[in-house]
Write a protein that binds this ligand. Structure first.
Ligand SMILES: *[C@@H]1O[C@H](CO)[C@@H](O)[C@H](O)[C@H]1NC(C)=O
Ligand SMILES: *[C@@H]1O[C@H](CO)[C@@H](O)[C@H](O)[C@H]1NC(C)=O
Length: 159
C-alpha cells in the first residue's frame, strides 16, 4: 500500500496541470461487500491520494486512513468542511479543525507549501452504522486564510 501510494503521488506530480477542464479520475478509497467509497478531486490544480484501510458499514470510532498530497499552501492552520447529501438533499454540514496553531493534532501540521505529506494512521470519528443508500459528500480542506488545500466530491454506496 505504501508503494502504491508513493506511485500514486509520483503520478500526481507528473500529471500535467490544468488538464484543459478535464475532470480528475475517480478513485476508490475503499470497497467492501456492502460499502464502497469513491472520490474525485474537485481542485482543478491537483489530485490527491486517499485510502481507508477497512470499509465496514459499522463505522468504528478509529478508522485508519492513508492520505498523500503535495501542499499548495502552508498549513499552520488546516480545516475540513464536510457537506453530506442524499438524493440531492442536504443532510449534514460540519467543520472540523485538523491543525490549529496552538493545537496541532497531526505531525504534518505546520508544513510548508510545496512539501509532500503522507499520513498513515487513525482518525477519530464517531462510530455508527451507515444506513443503506447512496450519499454524495463534498469535502474541502482549507487554510486559516481560507485558501483551498484540497477539494473532493465523493460517493458512498451502502447496501
Ligand atoms: C463528482 O462530481 C461530478 C460532477 O457533479 C460527478 O460527475 C462525479 O460522478 C462525482 N464523483 C464522485 C466520485 O462522486
Ligand atoms: C449545508 O450548507 C449548504 C450550503 O453551503 C446549505 O445550502 C445547506 O442548507 C446546509 N445544510 C444543512 C443541513 O445545514
Amino acid at each position: 500500500m505504501q508503494v502504491l501510494m508513493a506511485a500514486f503521488l509520483v503520478w500526481t506530480l507528473l500529471s500535467p496541470q490544468g488538464r484543459g477542464g478535464e475532470a480528475w479520475p475517480t478513485h476508490t478509497a475503499c470497497r467492501d461487500e456492502s460499502l464502497q467509497v469513491l472520490y474525485q478531486s474537485c481542485d482543478p490544480l491537483q489530485d490527491f491520494g486517499l485510502s481507508i484501510d477497512q470499509c465496514p458499514k459499522q463505522l468504528k470510532p478509529n478508522v485508519n486512513i492513508r492520505f498523500g498530497i503535495i501542499l499548495r499552501e502552508d498549513i499552520k492552520g488546516l480545516f475540513l468542511d464536510v457537506a453530506l447529501f442524499s438524493k440531492g438533499l442536504s443532510i449534514l454540514n460540519f467543520s472540523y479543525p485538523i491543525c490549529e496553531v496552538d493545537l496541532p493534532k497531526f505531525s504534518f501540521c505546520g508544513r510548508s507549501k510545496g512539501e509532500q505529506i503522507y499520513y498513515a494512521g487513525p482518525v477519530n470519528n464517531p462510530g455508527f452504522e451507515i444506513p443503506e443508500g447512496e450519499y454524495q459528500v463534498l469535502l474541502e480542506l482549507y487554510t486559516q486564510d481560507h485558501s483551498t488545500v484540497a477539494c473532493a466530491n465523493a460517493t458512498i454506496l451502502c447496501s
